[in-house]
Design a protein around this ligand. Structure first.
Ligand SMILES: [Zn+2]
Length: 446
């Protein structure tokens, strides 16, 4: 949604090869309530080995030597974030004193420049971009995210979240995922790359910001026509924001197989309203949910699920069920990224990207859309336990990890290299030059 240093980043994806380096020597089984694609299994088991889900269900036969961890929680696929700008998540919430007509309005305001753009770009120039990325990925994981987009186009961070739109180590088997903030500024070469990716087998994905502004802003609405003129209403493309899209636009998107990525909190904070998702749903558009960035959106996808659920309850009629919202952060997002069958589900054969949240109430979907970062008990990416409650993390890994505190609740993270606390200290110190400070991992409900 904002100006980043690289507007176009891409991946050459054999997504799961690097995770083989994190293979478990022996299988691990997690027990709890399973959120499966079509059903919830109250007392189920997920069996994991070598970064993959081997089996899942109510009755799973465990090989000899399996380590069994009873979570007593809800086990769900890791959340897939198709709309973020990770390095900007070092900033605390930005509260503009007005609503804007379009993204081009606030991007030229001195307040945005002083508070955000100048310090962000200065920190990058000081060589801190990898620290910014590292901080943002831990923040995303602390919100239940296992796959992210909007990474920097440099190999800064390995072994944390999956960077769907950029990873030079990944080559081959999956479509190229292209994430673009300003699609109308693409060069002819960039457009040719996009066309090639969308025409390839397997097909790539193009995730683009379009029609971001107030619902009745004429210039914002016009972007849909411009997009058609560039030949980009085609399968594999997903539009991000789309606040000014009309029901007829969503009908055309559904007809052309174009997806939609919804970011309600950031829309409402910047423009006073969000996209007409009821029309998108009625038209049959495939939809994902994503937080945009933490300055005006949510800290991550758990927060955005909470926000979307509250928004949804306030509509009459509500366009979505709680299950719909969970699918928008998991299997629907995987589908829009061209990664169905790989991530976004606990079904056998998928990457072992999953989360565990504290069980509350009877409905697992409702629990997921109402969980806070304090409730997040465990996150595994490619079978690697990277984050969670210290006690549970130790049961799975045998190590405590590095201690953190999130909203007064003890958590732990497993990171390679120097301590995460040093990254936080470095960034906070650098931001002080600009009268700013590092955002907390979680706003804790503020
Ligand atoms: Zn954005």
């Amino acid at each position: 949604m904002h100006r980043r240093l690289s507007l176009l980043s891409a991946c050459f994806c054999l997504l799961f090869v690097p995770f083989a380096t994190h293979a478990q020597k022996s299988p691990i089984a997690l027990t709890g309530t399973l959120v499966m694609p079509q059903e919830v299994i109250p007392q189920g088991t997920v069996l994991i080995q070598n970064g993959r889900i081997l089996a899942s269900g109510a009755d799973v036969k465990l090989p000899a030597g399996t380590k069994v961890v009873r979570t007593e929680g809800i086990i769900a696929p890791g959340l897939i974030d198709l709309h973020n700008h990770l390095t900007w998540n070092i900033f605390p919430r930005w509260k503009p004193v007005q609503e804007f007509g379009s993204r081009y309005d606030w991007q030229q305001k001195p307040a945005y420049s002083v508070l955000m753009a100048v310090p962000h770009n200065a920190l990058v120039k000081q060589g801190l971009e990898c620290e910014m990325e590292r901080y943002a990925e831990v923040k995303a994981i602390s919100e239940g995210e296992t796959s992210v987009t909007g990474s920097l186009p440099s190999p800064c961070v390995r072994g944390l979240a999956r960077n769907l739109d950029y990873d030079p180590e990944l080559q081959g088997s999956f479509g190229k995922i292209i994430y673009n903030v300003f699609p109308f500024q693409m060069s002819e070469q960039e457009l040719a790359d996009v066309t090639a990716a969308l025409s390839a087998q397997p097909r790539g994905a193009l995730l683009i910001h379009v029609a971001e502004g107030a619902p009745n802003d004429a210039s914002t609405a016009r972007e849909f026509t411009l997009l058609k003129g560039r030949g980009l209403l085609r399968p594999g493309v997903s539009l991000i924001h789309g606040v000014a899209l009309k029901p007829a636009n969503f009908a055309e998107m559904a007809k052309q197989g174009v997806g939609f990525i919804w970011s309600p909190r950031s829309n409402i904070e910047l423009y006073g309203d969000t996209a007409n998702v009821a029309a998108a749903r009625a038209a049959g558009v495939r939809m994902a949910l994503a937080p945009d960035w933490s300055p005006t959106g949510s800290d991550g996808l758990l927060g955005e699920l909470n926000y979307a659920s509250v928004w949804n309850q306030g509509q009459s009629p509500s366009p979505f069920t709680e299950r719909d919202l969970v699918l928008m952060a998991t299997s629907n997002a995987a589908e829009l990224a061209g990664l169905s069958g790989q991530i976004g589900s606990l079904a056998p054969g998928h990457a072992a990207d999953l989360l565990v949240v504290r069980k509350e109430g009877q409905d697992a979907y409702w629990t997921l859309t109402h969980s806070t970062p304090q409730d997040l008990q465990l996150v595994l990416i490619g079978g690697d336990p990277l984050y969670g409650d210290p006690v549970l993390l130790q049961q799975v890994t045998g190590s405590h990890g590095e201690r953190l505190e999130v909203c007064g609740t003890p958590k732990a993270v497993v990171v390679d290299g120097k301590p995460f606390a040093e990254t936080e200290k470095t960034l906070d110190h650098a931001l002080h030059q600009f009268g700013r400070h590092l955002a907390p991992l979680s706003e804790c409900g503020n």
